[in-house]
Design a protein around this ligand. Structure first.
Ligand code: HDE
Length: 682
C-alpha cells in the first residue's frame, strides 16, 4: 500500500506518514541497517553444534521478541480504534473560544478508541459492560481529549473509590474468575455497600451494556465541564455523541453466544464497516447551563451519578464526527494512544466534580507505567499537530533532539524563550473560580440522593426494556454464591421499584421485599429509552440461506435489498459457486459451519429446488435461533416451506413473499425495526 491509497489526507495523517514504514518489497536488515543473509538458521559451531553468542542477528531478533509486550490498560484493556474527522455544523462562539468549534465547516482530525472496561486485552467483546468512547481531537491549539463512556453516569462519586470499584469488578483475586463479567459476589457486594452506584447499575443492567455495534452507541463526557467564551463568560456543559444509526443492542443470550462464535465481533464490525465505506457517524451534542443557574436543579449538576434530562436541558447538535480510516498498526496506534481528560484547549475547563478531579491525576500516572516513561507524548499517535516547545528533557526513549544550551525558565541566554503566552496569544488561563472551604474528607449533602434518577431511568424504559433489566439482575445476582449479597442488592432495589425487587428476588431465591423504600418519583425521560431511537436498515447484516436450485429471481431481490443499505451475505452448505434456476449462479460467502445466526441482524431463507435434509436441518436451526432473538425473518420461493414447517408461535416480524417490490418494502421495514419484542418465542 502506498500513501496515495490513504483515504483522509488531513494534518494528522500527514504527520503519521512520516513515521510509517512500508516494508513490502524491501531487503531484510538488522535494526542497525545491516543486510541479513540468513534468517532461518542461527550461527552454530557445526551444523549440529551449539548456537554461538556471536550471532548478533539472532540475539537482536530474540531480544526484541522477548520485550514485545507492554502492560495492558488497568481498565479498558480491550479496545479498538479508528481515525476520522470532526466537522462543525454550528459555531459555538457564543459559549466557548475553543478554536476548533468556531466556524461551521471547520474540520479537525480525530482518533477514537472504543473499549470494554473490565475484561483483559484478549477478552470477548460482548461482555455485559460499560463501553469506553474516547476521542482525541488534534486541534491547532493542542490535543483535546473527550474521554467518555457509552453510559452517561458513573458508579461512584469520588475518585478515591475507583480502585475499590475496579478491584470489585475484576476477576476475584483468589481464583481469577470470572473474566470480563460483573456477575460475581465482589461486584454486587460493592454495589450493595456503596449505593451511590444505584443509578449506574440500572444502566449497566439495561440493553445499553450489550451494544450491537460501536457504531450504534451513544457517547457521553459524563462529567460536567466548563465552556469559557472570548468575553470570559462561563457555561456548564455536558457532551454527547449521537450515532446516526441510532442506539441498538443485542439480547443477552446472543451476547453470550457471540463471545464464543466471534469474540472479535465489535472490532470486526467497525473494521469492516470502514473498509466497506460505511463510515460510522456520530453527531456532537452539548447541553448547556448558564453559570448563574448552577443551583436551579433538584440534583447537583456536578454529581457524576446524575444526568441532565434532555427534555429539561435540550441537547444542541453542533457537529459531526466521521470515522473513515482504519489504523495501519493496532499496537502502534490503538495500544499506544494515551488519552487524558486533562488534555484541554482554551475555552474548555473543568469543574469540581470529585470524580473528574481524580481522573486528572490518574491518566498521566497510568501512562508512565504502561508506556514506560515520560515521553509517551512523542509517540506518533499522541503527538499534537501543532508545534510543542518546553524545558522538559530526557527520560526513556526520548526522540526529540532539543537544540541549544538552555532548558530552564526564566532565562536570559535564550531571551527567556520558550516564552509563555498571554490569553490573547492563546495561552491557557485556568478559570478563576472563587473557592472557599475547610479542608474536609466528606461528601456534599447535595450528592446524597442515590435513587431519584435510578427511578426516573426505570420509569423511562419500555416494557421489553424493563423485562431485560429484570432478567439481567436475575442473571447477575443468580451468579453470586453468597445469599447475603443477593439479598442486600434486592433490598437496595426496593428503593427503585418494588415490582423489580420482588421479581428478581423470586428468581434468585431470596426474600422479596414487601414495601417500597425509595422517594416518590413519577418523572420519566423518553430520550433514555432505546424504543425511541433512530431505526434504519443500512449496514444491517442479513444471512441469506440459499440452496442448490434456488429461484432465478433471487438476484433481483438481493440487488434491491442492497440498495437500501442492507448487507446480504450468502450462506449455504459449501463454499464456491452455487447454482440456481436457468443457469444462474451465486458466490457463497459462508457455510453453516463458518457462520451462525448470532452474527447477523436478520435472516432471509430462500432455499432451493434441490436441497436435502442436511440443508433443512441447518437452515431450521439458523431460523429458529434468529427468531428466538427477536430478529426479522424473511422467506421467499422454496424458503416459504421452511417457515411453515417450523410452526413459529407468532408471525411478528416474519415476512413471507416473493413479489419483489412488496416483499422488499416490508422486509426492509422489518430490518429497520431491528427486533420484534412482542413476538412470543416459545
Ligand atoms: Fe477512566 N481510566 N477512570 N473513566 N477511562 C482509564 O487510563 C480512571 C472514568 C475511560 O481508550 C485509565 O489510559 C479513574 C469515567 C476511558 O485508552 C486510568 C476514574 C470515565 C478509558 C483511568 C475513572 C472513564 C479510561 C486506564 C475515577 C467516563 C480508556 C488506562 C475517577 C467519563 C481510554 C488509561 C482508552 C481509562 C482512571 C473513571 C473513561 C487508570 C481514576 C467516569 C474511555 O487512568
Amino acid at each position: 500500500m502506498s500513501k496515495d491509497d490513504k483515504l483522509n489526507h488531513n494534518e494528522k495523517d500527514e504527520q503519521l506518514e512520516r513515521y510509517r514504514s512500508y516494508d513490502e518489497g524491501k531487503k531484510l536488515t538488522t535494526n542497525q541497517g545491516l543486510k541479513v543473509s540468513e534468517d532461518e538458521f542461527s550461527l552454530k559451531a557445526g551444523k549440529r553444534g551449539p548456537t554461538l553468542m556471536e550471532d548478533f542477528h539472532f540475539r537482536e531478533k530474540i531480544t526484541h521478541f522477548d520485550h514485545e509486550r507492554i502492560p495492558e490498560r488497568v481498565v479498558h484493556a480491550r479496545g479498538y480504534a479508528a481515525h476520522g474527522e470532526f466537522e462543525v455544523y454550528e459555531s459555538l462562539k457564543k459559549y466557548t473560544k475553543a478554536r476548533f468549534l468556531q466556524e461551521p465547516g471547520k474540520k479537525t482530525p480525530v482518533f477514537v478508541r472504543f473499549s470494554t472496561v473490565a475484561g483483559s486485552r484478549g477478552s470477548g467483546e460482548l461482555a455485559r459492560d460499560v463501553r469506553g468512547f474516547a476521542t482525541k481531537f488534534y486541534t491547532e491549539e493542542g490535543n483535546y481529549d473527550l474521554v467518555g463512556n457509552n453510559i452517561p453516569v458513573f458508579f461512584i462519586q469520588d475518585a478515591i473509590k475507583f480502585p475499590d470499584l475496579i478491584h470489585a469488578i475484576k476477576p476475584e483475586p483468589h481464583n481469577e474468575i470470572p473474566q470480563a463479567a460483573t456477575a460475581h459476589d465482589t461486584f454486587w457486594d460493592f454495589v450493595a455497600n456503596n449505593q451511590e452506584s444505584a443509578h449506574m447499575v440500572m444502566w449497566a443492567m439495561s440493553d445499553r451494556a450489550i451494544p450491537r455495534s460501536f457504531r450504534m452507541m451513544e457517547g457521553f463526557g459524563v462529567h460536567t465541564f466548563r465552556f469559557v467564551n472570548e468575553e470570559g463568560k462561563v457555561f456548564f456543559v455536558k457532551f454527547h455523541w449521537k450515532p446516526k444509526l441510532g442506539v441498538h443492542s443485542v439480547v443477552w443470550d446472543e451476547a453470550q453466544k457471540l463471545n464464543g462464535k466471534n469474540p472479535d465481533f465489535h472490532r470486526q464490525d467497525l473494521y469492516e464497516a470502514i473498509e466497506n465505506g460505511d463510515y460510522p457517524e456520530y453527531e456532537l451534542g452539548v447541553q448547556i447551563i448558564d453559570e448563574k443557574d448552577e443551583f436551579m436543579f433538584d440534583f447537583d449538576i456536578l454529581d457524576p451519578t446524575k444526568i441532565w434530562p434532555e427534555e429539561d436541558i435540550p441537547v444542541k447538535i453542533v457537529g459531526k464526527m466521521t470515522l473513515n480510516r482504519n489504523v495501519d498498526n493496532v499496537f502502534a496506534e490503538t495500544e499506544q494512544v494515551a488519552f487524558h481528560p486533562g488534555n484541554v484547549v482554551p475555552g474548555i475547563d473543568f469543574t469540581n466534580d470529585p470524580l473528574l478531579q481524580g481522573r486528572l491525576f490518574s491518566y498521566t500516572d497510568t501512562q508512565l507505567i504502561r508506556l514506560g516513561g515520560p515521553n509517551f507524548h512523542e509517540l506518533p499517535i499522541n503527538r499534537p499537530i501543532c508545534p510543542f516547545h518546553n524545558n522538559q528533557r530526557d527520560g526513556y526513549g526520548r526522540q526529540t533532539i532539543n537544540v541549544g544550551q538552555v532548558s530552564y525558565h526564566k532565562n536570559a541566554l535564550a531571551g527567556n524563550t520558550p516564552s509563555t503566552s498571554s490569553e490573547e496569544e492563546g495561552g491557557y488561563i485556568h478559570y478563576q473560580e472563587k473557592v472557599e472551604g475547610r479542608k474536609i474528607q466528606a461528601r456534599s449533602d447535595s450528592f446524597k440522593d442515590h435513587f431519584s434518577q435510578a427511578i426516573m431511568f426505570w420509569n423511562s424504559m419500555s416494557e421489553p426494556e424493563k423485562e431485560h433489566i429484570t432478567n439481567a439482575f436475575s442473571f447477575e445476582l443468580g451468579m453470586c454464591k453468597e445469599k447475603t449479597v443477593r439479598q442486600q442488592v434486592v433490598d437496595m432495589l426496593a428503593n427503585i421499584d418494588l415490582g423489580l425487587a420482588q421479581a428478581v428476588a423470586r428468581k434468585i431465591g431470596v426474600h422479596p421485599p414487601d414495601s417500597f423504600q425509595g422517594p416518590t418519583i413519577t418523572k420519566s425521560s423518553p430520550a433514555l429509552s432505546q424504543e425511541n431511537t433512530v431505526k434504519r436498515p443500512d449496514t444491517r447484516k442479513m444471512a441469506v440461506l440459499v440452496g442448490e436450485g434456488f429461484d432465478k429471481n433471487l438476484p433481483i431481490i438481493l440487488e434491491a435489498l442492497q440498495k437500501t443499505g442492507i448487507r446480504p451475505l450468502i450462506i449455504s452448505e459449501a463454499q464456491g459457486m452455487i447454482k440456481g434456476g436457468e443457469g444462474i449462479a451465486l458466490e457463497v460467502d459462508h457455510t453453516f459451519l463458518t457462520s451462525d445466526s448470532v452474527l447477523f441482524d436478520s435472516v432471509y431463507v430462500v432455499g432451493g429446488a434441490k436441497t436435502g435434509n442436511s440443508f433443512s436441518q441447518s437452515a431450521s436451526y439458523f431460523i429458529k435461533e434468529a427468531y428466538s432473538h427477536y430478529k426479522p425473518v424473511g422467506a421467499s420461493f422454496h424458503g416459504k416451506e421452511f417457515i411453515l414447517a417450523l410452526q413459529l408461535p407468532s408471525h411478528e416480524g416474519v415476512v413471507i413473499g416473493d413479489a419483489p417490490s412488496e416483499f422488499i418494502e416490508e422486509f426492509t421495514k422489518a430490518v429497520s425495526a431491528h427486533r420484534f419484542w412482542k413476538r412470543t418465542t416459545h
